[in-house]
Design a protein around this ligand. Sequence first.
Ligand SMILES: Cc1ncc(C[n+]2csc(CCOP(=O)(O)OP(=O)(O)O)c2C)c(N)n1
Ligand SMILES: [Mg+2]
Length: 328
Amino acid sequence: MKKLKSSGLSKEEIIQAYQAILRGRRLDERLWQLTRIGKTSFNISGQGAEVAQVAMALAFEPEKDYFLPYYRDMTACLVWGMTPKDIILGSFGKEDDPSSHGRQMPNHYGSKEHNIVSHSSTVSTQMPLATGVAYAAQLENKDYVALTTTGEGSANQGEVQEAMNFAGVKKLPVIFVVENNDYAISVGSKEQYANKKMSERAAGYGFSGETVDGSDFTETYLAFVKAVKDARAGKGPALIEMMVSRLTSHSADDDHTIYRSKEELDTLKEKDPLLAFEKQLIDEGYMTKEEMQAMDKELKAEINKATDDAEAMLDPTPESLYEQVYAE
Ligand SMILES: Cc1ncc(C[n+]2csc(CCOP(=O)(O)OP(=O)(O)O)c2C)c(N)n1
Ligand SMILES: [Mg+2]
């Protein structure tokens, strides 16, 4: 694991990064729990990808850059400016849900205020949209960058080739990310692609590609810092493949114990990137166990309050069904 110090971030920034990671994990656990007690209908978890997502998002400037996420990116959306309450409003399908006012499925994150563009459930359709956002930046001579993510299974959709090819031709400021968690629902990655690394595909489009260990905060962060710097300087796109874990079932509606062995799940739990990051923080002198526990307590209280606040909000009325769907 690369030392945290070599990220170039201050001690305070590293501790804030940990807080963002832990907030993501605790909120994710809450969203899962809400499905289990029958209060919400559906959830897709990002547990196991939080370290990678925070390292990725911190390399951008959310006030001006655009994020076109996929359904597992809740923790990255928090770093981009959404709040736990915003996320929970979407799970409850409330009128004040910033993603879609309760019209979309949960996990289809969007926020006009924070430059987060909601995606369609048809996987990877956010990729050509991100190319379009980056094309707009180029045509308007603005220096914002578009970030878009997808899974390694979804990266095989035709739209991804179109998005990357056009972005390569025009040298657009877009960063394509594949969050490789080794599974597309129940299908293992060996059955999904034949190349060794997904990032090798970038060469075919004429831009750089890199695979990073998503549980290594510094390695991941530095890869994005470079890609963002190059994109902003007009040097064109990048493809970054982050190797991450999927600690849960694909969604709240399937059971991964049917297609993953007990040994595999035990090993995944032991290698949980959150635990590895905590160990690194202690070993490298950033935080003590007690400080982490105190932070955890605060975050749990924050998420309990966000849950209560969101649950108390109004549902959309049946008469408003057709509002919020098309521009007025
Ligand atoms: C075009 C399309 N095909 C199939 C689906 C159903 N589907 C939703 S998620 C998913 C698996 C995606 O796996 P991956 O891209 O590896 O992302 P992960 O869920 O592992 O993060 C599938 C097949 C879909 N939503 N859209
Ligand atoms: Mg996957």
